[in-house]
Design a protein around this ligand. Structure first.
Ligand code: GLP
Length: 241
């Protein structure tokens, strides 16, 4: 695991964006793993800038998102698929149908989870997965207690995560209780994992991820088992290392 501590958002986002643009130049048909939350947003802005400068194209690439709320109608502005479209996909040149997310607006969630696993496998797996980390150490929506070998499935959010994500909704009561998330085993199959974290609120989770025991109590600690991980931190998030 490579841990890089950089004070500016631009520097962290620039490194993550460079990993993606380098990959796309080497392999234009690369499969990207996209994440929601606020941490990746500066990376998406940097990718849009690079695209507008003619430095990178997504035209042959494909992408899969990590997770989705269950029960939000597909067009809801906080449905993660809408967020990704708004923040990246609609601002660059992905081909129609190249970006996929779990379907949380369905009567058959287990079938949707299985179909998502099959779609990722059929694409040849994810080349580079962007990640954030929850204050409780969750990856995607794999809350503490998640099996390190887990696959895409439905999860129930903790009260802490619903509170953390309430800022995107009018009221905490509007945050769905259930989600579909790629499992820790699914995420671990991506060939390069790039995790971003900033702020003192993430320091304990980051320390547990990097230096703690590998344990379902800190789902992000599964990254210690992966051969190619880049962790991009600000000094505050690195404060307990
Ligand atoms: C949500 C997402 C995670 C993300 C986390 C942290 O729970 N499902 O993928 O890592 O939020 O978000 P932020 O980057 O906004 O702190």
């Amino acid at each position: 695991m490579e841990v890089v501590i950089l004070p500016t958002t631009a520097a962290r986002a620039g490194l993550a964006a460079a990993a993606i643009t380098d990959l796309l130049r080497r392999k234009p048909s690369a499969v990207l793993g996209l994440a929601t939350g606020s941490s990746p947003l500066p990376v998406y802005d940097a990718l849009v800038d690079a695209h507008q400068a003619g430095q990178v194209s997504f035209a042959a690439a494909r992408a899969f998102t990590l997770d989705e709320y269950v029960g939000l109608p597909a067009g809801h502005p906080e449905a993660y698929r809408q967020v990704i479209d708004r923040e990246l996909v609609g601002r660059v040149d992905f081909a129609d149908g190249a970006v996929h997310g779990p379907n949380g607006d369905t009567d058959d969630v287990p079938a949707a989870c299985g179909q998502y696993e099959q779609a990722i496998a059929a694409a040849g797996g994810v080349d580079l997965q962007l990640l954030g980390i929850g204050t409780d150490g969750h990856l995607a929506f794999n809350e503490p207690g998640s099996s390190l070998a887990s696959r895409t499935r439905v999860k129930t959010l903790t009260a802490q995560t619903r509170q953390d994500n309430a800022r995107f909704f009018d009221r905490v009561d509007d945050v769905p209780h259930h989600v579909i998330t790629q499992g820790l085993g699914t995420i671990s199959e991506a060939r390069h994992l790039v995790l971003l974290a900033s702020g003192a609120a993430k320091a304990a989770a980051v320390a547990a991820m990097v230096e703690g025991p590998v344990s379902a109590s800190c789902p992000a600690s599964v990254l210690q088992l992966h051969p190619h991980v880049t962790v991009l931190l600000d000094p505050e998030a690195a404060g307990l290392l």
